[in-house]
Design a protein around this ligand. Structure first.
Ligand SMILES: Cc1cc2nc3c(=O)[nH]c(=O)nc-3n(C[C@H](O)[C@H](O)[C@H](O)COP(=O)(O)OP(=O)(O)OC[C@H]3O[C@@H](n4cnc5c(N)ncnc54)[C@H](O)[C@@H]3O)c2cc1C
Length: 371
């Protein structure tokens, strides 16, 4: 079998690229290991501006979020806007709808089909009952954080790999606000999130230890036995290099195109899909990484923030909360924060002399990273 492009992995990012290349008239195939879409651990929070900009399917939207409540060990503050800032989406619908649209554009899908490796320039894939060889001009590894394609082309990773735990649990929630809990005494590795789907159901999770996750559920007064879904998954925060070798490119989580501050990867992966589409259209994959420079900048900045977070004590975090939760802090966040652009958000905060002076006193290191 021969294609222009073989995409390995039919997750949200692989399916998104399949659509872009389907529009361009390429002969494209997607191989997906699972027999059905969805099932991955993912809260499905996507910034509203980029959701629209990227043209994701609206049928996938489960809930709209207009604000956030930030909690530390001893205090909290709230930010919000009148308009929707982020959506909580259903992963299965997102992946499936993108795949349906791609099929309608002529893309071939091979479900229950696993990529095994490359042999003499061809991809070896295992389907139920048969092993096939697929030849393509370009191969794209969109096969997630534990990418087999990345291993096959001999990439190296300098990254922090974290396990995430998430439940969909019954309780009582503010339906249009996400809760973000930062308490290093309970979880030194990451924050906790409570992303409501409705007044009665929310996705609650964190990255780090299972024990920290369970402690948080207890603190929140949520019963593990009131969870109707329980999932775990991995994210990788850092770099996997290179993203291109010969006619093979990595995309999405396979390339660790993940926001280090939140663990979100759908938007960064989709933006890089546009870059990869351009490189494929130009017949030159070597342009791809350069075309992803904006995402690389965001990842690089996020890694610095992550390093700063690692170095902060909970007492430092309490003092940072006092600054961000002040009238001026809230005003800057509400007027200038961008869901997927933490670089812009941080710049807006440190442009305010009073906020900057207070933050320098708490953590000169943090400001050094931000600058
Ligand atoms: C607990 C948790 C919460 C998260 N919450 C969010 C969130 O709120 N917002 C957000 O943007 N991101 C979130 N993420 C990250 C998000 O899930 C990923 O960034 C996103 O799934 C990346 O999409 P992808 O298509 O690159 O990879 P994946 O979604 O991992 O898809 C890869 C696909 O490749 C297939 N595959 C793997 N190996 C092979 C093979 N050998 N052959 C064929 N197919 C193969 C897999 O079956 C899978 O379908 C979260 C992650 C975790 C763990």
């Amino acid at each position: 079998m021969r294609y222009d492009v073989l995409i390995i992995g039919g997750g949200p990012v692989g399916n998104y690229l399949a659509n872009l290349l389907g529009d361009d008239g390429f002969r494209v195939a997607v191989v997906e290991r699972k027999g059905a879409f969805g099932g991955k651990a993912c809260t499905g929070v996507i910034g509203a501006k980029n959701f629209k900009r990227l043209g994701f399917p609206e049928e996938a939207i489960l809930n709209e979020l207009k604000g956030a409540i930030f909690y530390s060990r001893i205090q909290s503050f709230e930010v919000g806007r009148p308009t929707t800032q982020a959506y909580v989406v259903d992963r299965r619908t997102l992946e499936r709808r993108l795949a349906e649209e791609a099929v309608a554009k002529g893309v071939d899908y091979y479900m229950s089909t696993s990529f095994i490796g490359f042999k003499e320039g061809r991809a070896i894939v295992q389907r139920p009952g048969e092993r096939m060889e697929v030849e393509a001009s370009f191969y794209v590894g969109a096969d997630g954080v534990n990418s087999t394609v990345a291993k096959s082309i001999g990439t190296t990773s300098q990254a922090e790999f974290l396990t995430g735990y998430e439940v969909e649990v019954l309780g009582s929630f503010e339906p249009d606000k996400v809760e973000v809990w930062v308490n290093k005494d309970v979880n030194p590795d990451f924050f906790f999130w409570v992303a409501p789907i409705s007044e009665k159901i929310a996705r609650v999770g964190t990255f780090g230890s299972l024990r920290a996750f369970r402690d948080f559920l207890r603190i929140k007064g949520l019963k593990e036995t009131s969870a109707v879904e329980y999932k775990a998954g991995t994210i990788g925060l850092g770099w996997r290099k290179p993203w291109v070798r010969g006619n093979v490119a990595l995309l999405g989580d396979a390339a660790l195109q993940i926001k280090p501050t939140t663990g979100g990867g759908i938007v960064f992966g989709a933006f890089c899909a546009h870059a990869l589409r351009k490189a494929i259209n130009n017949g030159d994959l070597s342009q791809y990484e350069k075309l992803c420079r904006e995402i690389k900048k965001q990842v690089s900045f996020g890694l610095k923030l992550r390093k700063a977070f690692r170095e902060l004590s909970q007492d430092d975090i309490e003092r940072i909360f006092e600054v961000l939760g002040s009238r001026e802090g809230i005003e800057v966040i509400e007027s200038q924060a961008e869901f997927d652009d933490h670089f812009k958000t941080a710049k807006a905060i440190i442009k305010r002399p009073k906020l900057l002076a207070r933050l320098i006193r708490i953590s000169p290191g943090l400001i050094r990273y931000l600058l």
